[in-house]
Design a binder for this molecule. Structure first.
Ligand SMILES: NC(=O)c1ccc[n+]([C@@H]2O[C@H](COP(=O)([O-])OP(=O)(O)OC[C@H]3O[C@@H](n4cnc5c(N)ncnc54)[C@H](O)[C@@H]3O)[C@@H](O)[C@H]2O)c1
Length: 349
């Protein structure tokens, strides 16, 4: 395969063009070369192909045409969660660099198969698209925590509030109705991943319970609350997930530290920063830190992926990070069903 020295040497395939259209626009905006785009739905393929001026000969409905295209050296997999394993394993084994959307997979056997494929192809970069790690408010919060601005963390909470109701209207089958695609794994993985990243530790035990009052067509709860323990840093965590909530999509997050508190989300332009005074008294007034929500997160995500390939850098959002986030989410689901405390299983491969 040709050496990849600069952005335009990256020849990218994008599979799945609904959310994948955002990825495709980032590929184009960042100056990489579009090798081919793929969607099995011809209408979606035409719509996104026309919108992004992709030539007809670079539009395919069968993802194997991307797999077998020797010019393509990087692929972004944006297909339903249950299809990730099949594509990722084959693409890595074909020597492609791969960026796969979150959640990595929905079942332990699929996660293990992807981990094995990453390990047997060390020449390929593999990244999981846990986009919170590239979201301006969350990147800023991580920086403030890591530089000690709010002292030592003792409590962190986040939520994934996203009304999915429209996805189940109109009579067409939606893959999110699959019993394995519990909202905590499919969407709640964002909030769980965010807390794991900010605390820089994996929760050792979780306890959760759920309710089911909104999306009655789903075979699982549509609202779940979980608490978790981060043992080494002695931090308590809480994650609320609602996939039927009657409000705008957001991920409200609060980080409590010994010297201050941060309150923010991914959809507002301001982050609230309460800083204790020199005597350690909590502030009544907050400082507002401006956040550039216009910055598109897939742009930053793709830049990081490209940088790892071009400059042979370590991928921070690697397969184990993606796997551990799903493992913690699976433990939350299990706890909400059994009513017992569950220790996530972080053994993979
Ligand atoms: N990071 C985020 O914020 C974010 C947001 C939305 C979705 N996602 C993730 O992105 C992925 C896709 O989600 P979506 O909302 O775009 O789903 P979607 O169902 O709306 O779109 C998926 C597209 O993939 C196509 N497709 C399915 N199987 C295919 C196959 N075998 N070959 C070619 N094309 C195929 C479908 O035709 C469809 O157009 C999921 O893993 C989801 O969890 C992430």
């Amino acid at each position: 395969m040709k050496e990849i020295k600069q952005m335009k040497d990256l020849v990218v395939g994008v599979i799945g063009l609904n959310f994948g259209a955002y990825h495709l626009k980032s590929v184009i905006a960042d100056g990489a070369t579009v090798g081919a785009i793929c969607d099995k739905n011809e209408k979606v393929l035409k719509k996104v192909g026309d919108e992004c001026n992709i030539p007809e000969d670079k539009r395919v409905t069968d993802w194997h045409d991307i797999l077998n295209n020797k010019d393509i050296n990087a692929v972004i997999v944006v297909t339903p969660d249950m299809v990730h394993r099949e594509m990722v394993v084959a693409l890595l084994d074909a020597g492609k660099n791969v960026l796969c959307e979150k959640p990595l997979a929905l079942e332990k056997c699929d996660i293990d198969a992807i981990v094995q494929a990453v390990e047997r192809n060390p020449q390929c970069k593999f990244m999981v698209g846990q986009i919170c790690r590239f979201t301006p408010a969350f990147v800023k919060a991580k920086e403030l925590v890591d530089t000690g601005r709010i002292g030592e963390l003792y409590f962190v909470e986040s939520e994934y509030a996203h009304d999915y109701q429209h996805m189940f209207e109109g009579g067409e089958y939606n893959w999110r109705i699959d019993p394995k695609r519990h909202g905590v794994i499919g969407g709640g993985c964002h909030a769980v991943d965010l807390l794991r990243w900010i605390v820089n530790e994996d929760p050792c035990e979780v306890y959760a319970y759920g309710t089911h009052k909104l999306l009655l067509m789903l075979p699982y709860d549509d609202a779940t609350i979980s608490i978790m323990k981060f043992p080494k840093s002695n931090v308590m965590g809480k994650v609320f997930v609602s996939t039927g909530c009657k409000r705008n999509y957001t991920m409200r997050t609060c980080l409590y530290g010994t010297k201050g508190t941060l309150i923010f989300d991914n959809t507002s332009p301001g982050m609230q920063f309460f800083e204790a005074d020199e005597q350690g008294h909590g502030a009544n007034d907050c400082k507002t830190i401006e956040i550039d929500i216009a910055n598109h997160n897939t742009d930053y995500e793709f830049k990081k992926f490209a940088d790892a390939i071009i400059n042979n850098k370590v991928v921070e959002m690697n397969v184990f990070e993606g796997a551990k986030t799903v493992a913690a989410c699976m433990a939350i689901v299990e706890s909400s069903v059994t009513g017992k405390i569950v220790n996530p299983n972080y053994d993979f491969g």
